[in-house]
Design a protein around this ligand. Sequence first.
Ligand SMILES: *[C@@H]1O[C@H](CO)[C@@H](O)[C@H](O)[C@H]1NC(C)=O
Ligand SMILES: *[C@@H]1O[C@H](CO)[C@@H](O)[C@H](O)[C@H]1NC(C)=O
Ligand SMILES: *[C@@H]1O[C@H](CO)[C@@H](O)[C@H](O)[C@H]1NC(C)=O
Ligand SMILES: *[C@@H]1O[C@H](CO)[C@@H](O)[C@H](O)[C@H]1NC(C)=O
Ligand SMILES: *[C@@H]1O[C@H](CO)[C@@H](O)[C@H](O)[C@H]1NC(C)=O
Ligand SMILES: *[C@@H]1O[C@H](CO)[C@@H](O)[C@H](O)[C@H]1NC(C)=O
Ligand SMILES: *[C@@H]1O[C@H](CO)[C@@H](O)[C@H](O)[C@H]1NC(C)=O
Length: 282
Amino acid sequence: MRRGYLFLFVVISALQLLSAGDSPVVHHVQGFVGGSAHLFCVLERTYDVLKKVNGLYFQKTARDGTETFINGFYTREVKVLPEYKNRTIINKEDLSMEMSELSLADEGEYTCIPFVSGEPRNQTKFHLTVTANYSVPIITVQGCGSGPASHNCVIECSSSGGFPLSNVTWSAVGNEMSSLLRDEGEPVFMQDNRSHLWNVSHTVTLNCSQELKITCSVGGVMSPAVTVCLPARTRDMIVPIIACAVLLLVSIAISVIVICTRCRRTQTSAEHSTDAELVYLK
Ligand SMILES: *[C@@H]1O[C@H](CO)[C@@H](O)[C@H](O)[C@H]1NC(C)=O
Ligand SMILES: *[C@@H]1O[C@H](CO)[C@@H](O)[C@H](O)[C@H]1NC(C)=O
Ligand SMILES: *[C@@H]1O[C@H](CO)[C@@H](O)[C@H](O)[C@H]1NC(C)=O
Ligand SMILES: *[C@@H]1O[C@H](CO)[C@@H](O)[C@H](O)[C@H]1NC(C)=O
Ligand SMILES: *[C@@H]1O[C@H](CO)[C@@H](O)[C@H](O)[C@H]1NC(C)=O
Ligand SMILES: *[C@@H]1O[C@H](CO)[C@@H](O)[C@H](O)[C@H]1NC(C)=O
Ligand SMILES: *[C@@H]1O[C@H](CO)[C@@H](O)[C@H](O)[C@H]1NC(C)=O
């Protein structure tokens, strides 16, 4: 019996907690570093209510619970912190705030408090998440082993300027990546001191005994497919092919020079004979 009462008490308290806040719904808003976010207050948009709105406050709640006024309006002038002054715009018509030049520090909880006839009403809670897209990852071949290990190549994937932290995911077109990995290595994470954005790189060693088309992705951004591990035969062939090409070019050049000089000589002799003919005619 006691337990039943206790249960009811808990349920009722929970309900009271829910109704204590004007709106228990938290609106999730997503923004990008350097971009902007638009926070719209939820309020009955009847003419009757809207004409009585005479104030609007946007505030941020820090992790420790302290509230910071961001921007808004009221019957008297409201002072805006310099860090928000140039990058927040209050729209009195649609009761919203636009915040631009977002940084990771802007992530957090925000509240909009409209004042209807001077009374704070219907708060709206927001959770702003700020992320940054990683750059398109770049795959580079660092080198291949020599001797019997020549089929093992060291390949790096790197991407920069993203948030949150992300691992590197490799894949090989038409192959199981895990069966190609000779050494998986460890990803290297570097965080920028000021922006707190991450650079990520990951170096692996692959079994390069066959030509492979690989991609890597970081934070959902995929690199273009890169063909690596040219078959050993092709790799060995490259030097002779280049040598042949150079030889061919050189011989063509020589032939052209020879032909040209011959042309000129014939021309000069032709001119000479004309001169001789003219002399003769004279
Ligand atoms: C705003 O609050 C009033 C009472 O405080 C309530 O009647 C009304 O439904 C609320 N409107 C919205 C949009 O939450
Ligand atoms: C805000 O903009 C004004 C004028 O453009 C400028 O003088 C001021 O330094 C800016 N403040 C901040 C904190 O960027
Ligand atoms: C980040 O990537 C997502 C998904 O590809 C895209 O919708 C969004 O516009 C990108 N944001 C920026 C700032 O480039
Ligand atoms: C990256 O992968 C490792 C090992 O699988 C895992 O422990 C770690 O949580 C991952 N990190 C992220 C940011 O996904
Ligand atoms: C991250 O990568 C960018 C571009 O490659 C580079 O300019 C920057 O210095 C790197 N930052 C860190 C902390 O390594
Ligand atoms: C990051 O900043 C701190 C001081 O703010 C400095 O001591 C440290 O050397 C910096 N690290 C890098 C990688 O620039
Ligand atoms: C490398 O891959 C080939 C098939 O592509 C396989 O025959 C060979 O055994 C592999 N070598 C090693 C050392 O795993």
